[in-house]
Design a protein around this ligand. Sequence first.
Ligand code: SF4
Length: 285
Amino acid sequence: MYLWKDVIEMSKSLPLHQVILNLEMFETGEDPDDLRNKLSNMLKVILEEAEKQYGKTQKTLTGFTGDNAYKLKNYKTKFISEFNHIAMVTALSIAESNASMGRIVACPTAGSSGVIPGIFYALYKTESPDFNTLLDLFIVAGGVGKVIADRATISGAAGGCQAEIGTAAAMGAGALTYYFSKDAEKVGNAAALVLKSIMGLICDPVGGFVEVPCVKRNGNLVNIAISSAEMALSGIKSLIPFDEVVDAMRRVGNLLPQSLKETGEGGIAITPTAKTLISNLRFLV
Ligand code: SF4
């Protein structure tokens, strides 16, 4: 287990992605080259699936979702950049693929599996970095996720959606910030800005299916990752350091009642419309 403030110190003499690989080696004994290879395979799948699923219609288990990525891909955006548009379409595509039993990398979880592909595929399409550069960013994203997993949780059932989609967006913001700054402190600021923006976000899947609100949260939260990276890159700091924000997130997660932690017994899951949709599901009767 390590603190981000220690990572910042160590990155003064070594690139951040190397620091994270070394820390992992100290903790688990895993050879940094082996770990890099393992992560490389995961990233390849992420990029392959992003390319394959991009903007497709999908048939999800319940039919509650499945055509959002298609709609957004074919819509001419009015406000957001090309980068955001690609990131959102990708995030929706992968989240819908997850809901359709497609191949995904649960990074950090299945429910939040669209955000990281959104960030990495948008970067790949707009900036054309080589694969090794993307892999360095993926390692940094992993380091951000590990701090949260070690000190809090990345599970919606344990800490609410702040822990799932929040972690995904913090990882994505960290990766983007590292690409443009190579600065560990700014990476920590970007991750902290994400978590502070969505702290307390509950987990309330309709019928317990990872579809509503999960799919569209992926499409939205990828933008919070991008805007947090933009703020951190501009020099905006999080007054509360990343490590302390993670501690705060853990405490908030512990305070959330069970009904708001993946039980489908609170939030939008108990609205009249949700109840009607569930009672009309033919495969449940
Ligand atoms: S609402 Fe719950 S199941 Fe859906 S993405 Fe968030 S944490 Fe996962």
